[in-house]
Design a protein around this ligand. Structure first.
Ligand code: CS2
Ligand code: MG
Length: 401
């Protein structure tokens, strides 16, 4: 089965997405998500200008060989652009293999290791009361795991708080400049999350995203302040590239730690996993080299009792979410899957087969990953450059967003 075409489609149905379409000489088409929020065109060019010409004529069935060819053949290994591009090829080839075998991808990965995939939703608010109401809404929808974020009094913009309904961090033209001050956040987060437990109890998993903003010792103190709230995890407490920071956090708290949505290879998390400095690894199928590489990361994690907790924000397309669900269904050390949904009219372009019911998802049983892409609809939504925010401290110096 030969690859005869590899086409990159950039479209913006509600937000920007980059999608790879691989076509074989047997007429089977596979889809991969190549979206990297705020740097979409870098991946589009990497695929279009550097990888696509190399794919033509290759055997579409040789997924591992193609992965190794693109990884080792790049020389300039790893990084978010390279690994997102490789991920898109990988997922498209798994999609093709499933369609050729007339099987959903999870069956090719060893079949279902569970009946359903527990997902967590995003509850947020410009005030604690508003956030508490959103938690109630998510509980009413059946969520068993909920992430809670609320605006921090005195800070004009806080991560994770939507302006109107659906949270989208990327903005048109220049990056939005957010303001950050650790002191009010460190005081307020325990109050806010304590209010969740006080109002809604302990009958569900409570998560919180710190979003890379604390020093290791500040994170240790936050973790200790939150121990009575019995958090499922606190996420990205410190900038993820400093793996040893998590050893410091670990010394001060038993609050579970999750990190990894910005990781793109197993080497980014090797120390975190083998030292058990974390409890959940959040690497995603679309930024960490696809299904082939993500399974390696989760297999290593399984050896050390670390569970999966893949990233699944709205800037990862439905193709990415579908592929993630096939991996989630098949691995032994599944933890939780982020499920933020997608802004309308994403559904005009991506026709999905996955389902949500009572807090759990399933990828469906269509052959491949179960997403079809409407190219005619996609053409209606032109790309527009958008940027993720930057974060400045009160004195104007740059902080982590
Ligand atoms: C966040 C994301 O979902 C999460 O855990 O960290 O919203 C992240 O900010 C975006 O995916 C960045 O594009
Ligand atoms: Mg996050």
């Amino acid at each position: 089965m030969k690859i005869i075409d590899a086409t990159v489609i950039v479209t913006a149905p509600g937000r920007n997405y980059v999608t790879l379409k691989i076509t074989t000489d047997e007429g089977i088409v596979g889809w991969g998500d190549a979206t990297l929020n705020g740097r979409e065109l870098a991946v589009a060019s990497y695929l279009r200008d550097h990888i696509a010409p190399l794919l033509i004529g290759r055997d579409a069935q040789r997924i591992e060989d193609t992965w190794q060819y693109l990884y080792k053949g790049a020389y300039w290994r790893r990084g978010p652009v390279t690994m997102t591009a490789i991920a898109a090829v990988d997922v498209a080839l798994w999609d093709i293999k499933g369609k050729a075998a007339d099987m959903p991808v999870y069956q090719l990965l060893g079949g279902a290791a569970r009946d359903g995939i527990m997902v967590y939703g995003h509850a947020s608010g410009t005030s604690v009361d508003e956030m508490l109401d959103d938690v109630a809404d998510h509980l009413a929808k059946g969520y068993k795991a909920i992430r809670a974020q609320s605006a921090i009094p005195g800070l004009d913009k806080t991560y994770g708080i939507p302006k109107n309904g659906f949270y989208e961090p990327a903005s048109d033209s220049a990056p939005q400049e957010d303001t950050w001050d650790t002191a009010p956040y460190s005081r307020y987060a325990p109050e806010m999350l304590g209010a969740v437990r006080e109002r809604h109890g302990f009958g569900f998993h409570l998560l919180h995203d710190v979003h890379h903003r604390l020093t290791p010792i500040e994170a240790g103190r936050l973790g200790r302040d939150l121990e009575d709230m019995r958090m499922f995890w606190i996420e990205d407490p410190t900038p993820a590239e400093d793996q040893s920071a998590y050893a410091t956090i670990r010394q001060h708290t038993t609050t579970p730690l999750a990190v990894g949505e910005i990781f793109n290879s197993i080497w980014d998390c090797q120390d975190l996993i083998t030292n058990r400095w974390i409890d959940y690894i959040r690497a995603s199928v679309s930024h960490a080299g696809g299904i082939t590489h993500l399974r390696r990361i989760f297999s290593l994690a399984d050896l050390y009792g670390v569970k999966s907790g893949s990233h699944g924000a709205g800037d990862l397309s439905p193709v990415s979410l579908a592929a993630a669900l096939h991996v989630d269904l098949s691995i032994p050390n599944f933890g939780v899957q982020e499920y933020m949904g997608h802004v309308s009219p994403t559904e005009d372009v991506f026709h999905t087969d996955y389902t949500f019911s009572d807090g759990f998802m399933h990828p469906g049983n269509k052959p491949g990953i179960g997403v079809e892409f409407d190219e005619v609809a996609a053409a209606k939504y032109p790309y527009n450059p958008r940027y993720l925010p930057v974060n400045r401290r009160l004195d104007g110096s740059m902080h982590d967003w």
